[in-house]
Design a protein around this ligand. Structure first.
Ligand code: FAD
Length: 360
């Protein structure tokens, strides 16, 4: 999504832009599909808010623990819910309108930087040369392996599982239900569907063999989650699964590739603002790339330094807060205490503020 937005902004600035995407739009993604309102006014201002899908507004967080504790807090900034299936496709069409070219169903497999030009090779045997290459390949990609990025050696991987359901629900509510070694988010998206998405330590899925038994034996121990899992109508034939999610720090620039979104650093889903960060990073990167093309005196080193500095200023602290909060949620006792702590309004709001940015 960070790649689509950057491409739209560059296309609108008249810069010849190509997106290499390994899938074909529209497609589903493992994602909680709750977007923080920190990006809402910005999306309206550039005509990219998905108004036609009437995304529900979300402004209350319900948080529960395995031990049966539950609490609800207001989300002062709030957000909205929309599936990636709809949103990414909507932006893909906007990108085409902005003159962006696409190579779909194509994976970027390696890159070579030489004398100010980068050659990108694909799994189709084709190659493309560009003055600027942006790494928008998400949390874990073939490109990370090719670049030998250090987080690829991080073995503390998580698994993300997602599907859509139908179940009675209050549109303004997002629930975060903790369970042994994981947590599950539920919130409304378009057409009154619900997104159900959870994160769990990889070893737990292995231990329980399959998703059905994991949900019956682990997730259903949470008394608030059990009835939803047992009685909701499932809208996917089978859940989407992604493996080996790492929240380890990453470099913002590698081999002159300017990373955005999850490729630059992934915030824990618990915070519900990875998409806002992808959008935000596109917003800060696109004008710098535009300036690089339009102003001769604005050289590559300056563009890279400016971006790196602004990225760290905007995101480093919240990534750290997210990592810390997630480690608490994965710990049985700490998760119980965390739910109790959210009963203190000042502390609850403080925690939300630490992991969120301000309006763009
Ligand atoms: C379980 C879970 C729940 C989450 N819930 C939320 C939430 O509720 N709210 C929120 O804001 N964030 C959430 N997030 C985070 C959010 O999904 C990401 O932060 C966001 O998608 C990042 O956008 P991106 O543009 O960096 O990457 P992506 O949106 O992942 O896009 C990367 C794209 O690159 C393509 N690609 C990858 N490798 C290649 C290659 N080699 N060649 C060509 N194409 C390639 C992929 O197909 C994909 O389309 C969640 C994440 C997880 C794991």
């Amino acid at each position: 999504m960070g790649g689509l937005l950057t491409a739209i902004l560059l296309g609108r600035a008249g810069i010849s832009t190509l997106v290499i995407e390994k899938k074909i739009y529209p497609f589903h993604k493992v994602c909680g599909e709750y977007i923080s309102n920190e990006v809402t006014s910005y999306l309206h201002s550039i005509g990219l808010f998905p108004l036609e899908f009437s995304p529900p507004k979300i402004n209350r967080l319900q948080i529960s623990s395995n031990g049966g504790k539950i609490n609800e807090i207001a989300l002062p900034m709030g957000g909205f819910g929309i599936s990636r299936f709809r949103l990414d496709h909507f932006w893909y069409l906007k990108a085409l309108e902005s003159g962006v070219k696409f190579k779909l169903d194509t994976s970027a497999s390696s890159i070579l930087y030489k004398n100010g030009l980068t050659k990108v090779l694909t799994n189709q045997g084709t190659s493309f040369e560009a003055q600027v290459v942006i790494g928008a390949f998400g949390k874990r990609s073939l490109m990370d392996k090719h670049l030998n990025r250090s987080f690829m050696r991080d073995k503390s991987g998580y698994v993300g599982i997602k599907y859509h359901i139908k179940h009675p629900w209050e549109p303004g509510l997002i629930a975060l239900h903790g369970f042994d070694h994981g947590y599950c988010g539920i919130s409304m998206i378009e057409e009154e569907k619900l997104n159900l998405c959870y994160l769990i330590n990889r070893s737990y899925l292995r231990k329980h063999g399959d998703i059905d038994s994991l949900e019956k034996n682990v997730l259903s121990q949470n008394p608030f989650l059990a009835p939803i899992l047992a009685s909701s109508e499932r809208l996917f034939t089978k859940p989407l699964v992604i493996n080996e999610i790492s929240f380890a720090p990453k470099k913002v620039i590698e081999n002159h590739i300017l990373m955005i979104g999850d490729a630059a650093g992934m915030i824990t889903p618990l915070c519900g603002n990875g998409m806002a960060m992808a959008i935000h990073s596109a917003k800060i990167l696109a004008p710098k790339v535009t300036r690089f093309f339009q102003q001769k005196s604005y050289v590559r080193e300056q563009m890279e330094d400016d971006y790196k500095m602004e990225w760290h200023r905007k995101f480093s602290r919240r990534l750290l807060a997210g990592r810390y909060l997630q480690s608490l949620f994965h710990h049985k006792l700490a998760a119980e205490v965390l739910v109790q702590v959210t009963r203190i309004p000042y502390l609850a709001q403080w925690m939300v503020r630490q992991t969120h940015g301000v309006e763009l």
